[in-house]
Design a binder for this molecule. Structure first.
Ligand code: AMP
Length: 374
């Protein structure tokens, strides 16, 4: 067991690491963060910020030797980095889970082979294979690079056979996965945690609305049937068990019009859709990550009140600094900013969370507060 006053290493240095570090420091832990950047969202609140390339294995070794346990906040950390780190301190969730989930093809294959519901997909390496795969799967379909994709990056929709060549050229020689397009009713996620003894906790079903492939608004509880809720949680439980996850993992789903759940993606860490747990739940997803990676018991996941979260993207800064005072005039709204200096379009800079008596009201208030920022 890794007890308070021990040191936790975080690979990656973004907002997920920042919110993890805040939870960890609150409970008396020290935090070291490792990434190629400096003055990072995590580094600003950590005890120690190591600035080195992930491929600098001597630096990784030194980092790992100085901490009691390691977790990550970014799943594109190279697998070799984790392999080296694992020799000196436990990495939770382990490197094998990271290896599977950082590549869409491995992830989809894992899911399909273990009987989890996914949209039909094919591995694509050549233009010929893409043509053949479109014949098999049909159009529309989505072509995604197998590695290093997030927030719709490296994705092209193929509406008809005429789009094949351009879509293939967009891959720039990278391996890809072709997926059948899902006419979904909505997107939902289950953020779940599993401790060293195999105990499981979850936050129920969170509903997610995307804009330009990036999460825009999340709310809980989701507008789904009891049956869907039960199924989604059961699928999440089985995935965490099958992967032997020690930590937090988020399962993103498509819910089809005929109420079928399809797993879209796994994230072996806290997730943007779970940010509302910070203000709305007894134990946040970040504290749950802390507890699980340290071998502590899980915390309660009860939702105090219906909640909604709205992301704040860099675009909000286009005409200058957002009007913080105005958004904070809504007393039930909480502001989270990640300490990023440069506001680029599409970049996640922060979020707002609103707690209300009903989900509908929480969504309305959080959106109003965001509009007030402009
Ligand atoms: P991803 O990076 O795979 O999570 O994709 C980002 C977003 O693109 C998803 O949240 C969906 O809104 C959309 N998307 C991705 N794959 C599909 C698909 N096969 N069918 C329909 N929409 C998709």
């Amino acid at each position: 067991m890794v007890l308070p006053n021990s040191t936790i290493g975080v690979l990656g240095s973004g907002q997920l690491g920042r919110m993890f570090a805040i939870s960890a420091r609150r409970m008396g832990y020290r935090v070291h963060t490792f990434s190629p950047e400096s003055d990072t969202p995590t580094g600003q609140v950590a005890d120690f910020e190591i600035c080195a390339e992930y491929q600098d294995l001597d630096a990784v070794k030194k980092f790992a030797k100085n901490v009691d346990v390691i977790t990550f906040e970014f799943e594109n950390v190279p697998f070799e980095t984790v392999e080296v780190a694992e020799k000196f301190a436990p990495v939770r969730p382990n490197g094998e889970i990271l290896h599977i989930t950082q590549n869409r093809l491995r992830e989809k294959t894992f899911l399909a082979q273990n009987g989890f519901p996914v949209t039909p997909f094919r591995h694509v390496k050549t233009l010929n294979e893409l043509q053949k795969s479109i014949e098999e799967i049909g159009a529309p379909a989505v072509l995604k690079t197998a590695g290093f994709g997030y927030d719709g990056k490296g994705q092209t929709k193929i509406k008809s056979v005429g789009d094949i060549e351009t879509a293939f050229a967009n891959l720039n020689g990278n391996e890809a996965v072709l997926e059948a397009f899902v006419e979904f009713e909505k997107e939902v996620s289950v953020v779940a945690a599993r401790d060293l003894r195999g105990h499981f906790a979850h936050y129920g079903v969170i509903e997610n609305v995307h804009a330009n492939h990036i999460l825009d608004v999340s709310f809980a509880p989701a507008f789904v049937s009891k049956k869907t809720e039960k199924e989604a949680v059961e699928i999440a439980r089985e995935i965490l068990e099958k992967l032997d996850v020690i930590g937090v993992l988020c399962v993103e789903f498509f819910l089809t019009k005929d109420e079928k759940l399809l797993v879209n993606e796994l994230a072996p860490r806290p997730h943007n859709s779970g940010h509302l747990t910070v203000d709305a739940c007894v134990t946040s997803q970040f504290e749950q990550q802390l507890r699980t990676v340290c071998g502590l018991p899980l915390g309660a996941t009860d939702l105090y009140k219906p909640a909604a979260m709205a992301n704040l993207l860099g675009d909000l800064w286009e005409t200058g600094e957002p009007n913080w005072q105005k958004a904070l005039q809504f007393p039930e709204v909480k502001l989270h900013l990640y300490g990023k200096a440069e506001a680029r379009s599409g970049r996640k800079m922060g979020h707002l969370t609103a707690l209300s008596e009903t989900v509908e009201e929480a969504i309305k208030v959080v959106k109003k507060a965001r509009v007030a920022l402009k």
